[in-house]
Design a binder for this molecule. Structure first.
Ligand SMILES: [Zn+2]
Length: 288
């Protein structure tokens, strides 16, 4: 396994409680240079639940649904980079992150297994004083079977998969996601000197919303849409036990499908959005 991750990033992740996972997977593939340490998958199933509430504006929520919808199809399952812009506040003693806007950040071509964020655009959004929080985000898609088969997650012995509750490709984050967060946090530190909070968001094709911050790697389960009382996120809002049940059903469905049939049974919320890829493309082009 190639040792591509800087030690300080690795130490941070180990301190978050992932030491055994990293060591076990490293030892398992130590002799195999097809994989890198940054490939090591970390499953939302072993993550804690975020203690912050997320509130999205209707615009951000619509974009979120469109992204989930798009990357659940193996034909369009690329990692799409974006920035979520918002403000962090305290409401009745509870920390709330309000995402007001989303901008896409597509400079180079899209890939199913890699994402690149535009440093210049990041510097630009850092200077926007309407927001005190910037989340660098991207999607994890339901990639084609041949890509899944090559992934580290698909090439681990069953006992490790069970022990660390590792899911199929697209439904885990990887160490590279945390590395990316550290990298942008450092740029922000130099430019904004602590005036901005930098997060990293990963939106998965089953709707999971993962937030990496300075002090947590967590799954956001408390998500609301501004000015709407109800919670309408396709997944990620259920209580832990229901959540596990849903995951196992979902994973069975995914396991049974082939690469050329769209997999996920759409939830009611997803169905509200028309499957309009062009609209997303236009959004992307417009923002650039
Ligand atoms: Zn990622």
């Amino acid at each position: 396994m190639k040792r591509d991750v800087p030690p300080q990033v690795l130490n941070k992740i180990m301190d978050e409680g992932y030491e055994n996972l990293i060591l076990d997977l490293f030892m398992e593939k130590e002799e195999n240079d097809d994989y890198e340490i940054s490939d090591i998958p970390m499953s939302p199933r072993i993550m804690k639940s975020s203690n912050e509430q997320v509130i999205m504006t209707q615009k951000v929520y619509d974009a979120y649904l469109r992204l989930v919808n798009r990357v659940s199809n193996p034909e369009t399952a690329e990692e799409i980079p974006f920035f979520l812009l918002g403000n962090c506040k305290e409401v009745n003693g509870k920390r709330v992150v309000e995402y007001e806007d989303i901008i896409y950040d597509i400079k180079d071509g899209l890939s199913e297994t890699r994402v690149s964020t535009d440093d210049d655009k990041f510097r630009q959004v850092l200077n926007d004083d309407r927001y005190n929080i910037i989340s660098i985000g991207h999607t994890h898609g339901n990639v084609r079977e041949e890509i899944k088969k090559k992934s580290l997650a698909a090439n681990l012995p069953q006992d490790l998969i069970d022990m660390y509750r590792i899911r199929t490709t697209g439904l885990n984050i990887s160490i590279s996601d945390i590395w990316q967060h550290e990298y942008y946090k450092q740029i922000a530190e130099q430019i904004a000197q602590g005036s901005k909070r930098i997060y990293q968001t990963v939106i998965m094709y089953n709707g999971d919303f993962i937030t990496i911050s300075s002090n947590a790697i967590a799954k956001s389960n408390d998500i609301k849409v501004q000015n709407r009382g109800d919670i309408v996120i396709p997944s990620g809002t259920e209580k832990q036990n229901q959540e596990q049940l849903q995951y196992s059903i979902l994973e069975q469905q995914i396991g049974k499908t082939t690469a050329d049939t769209p997999t996920i049974k759409k939830s009611e919320a997803q169905n509200q959005v028309t499957r309009d890829e062009q609209e997303l493309e236009q959004g992307i082009t417009k923002e650039n």
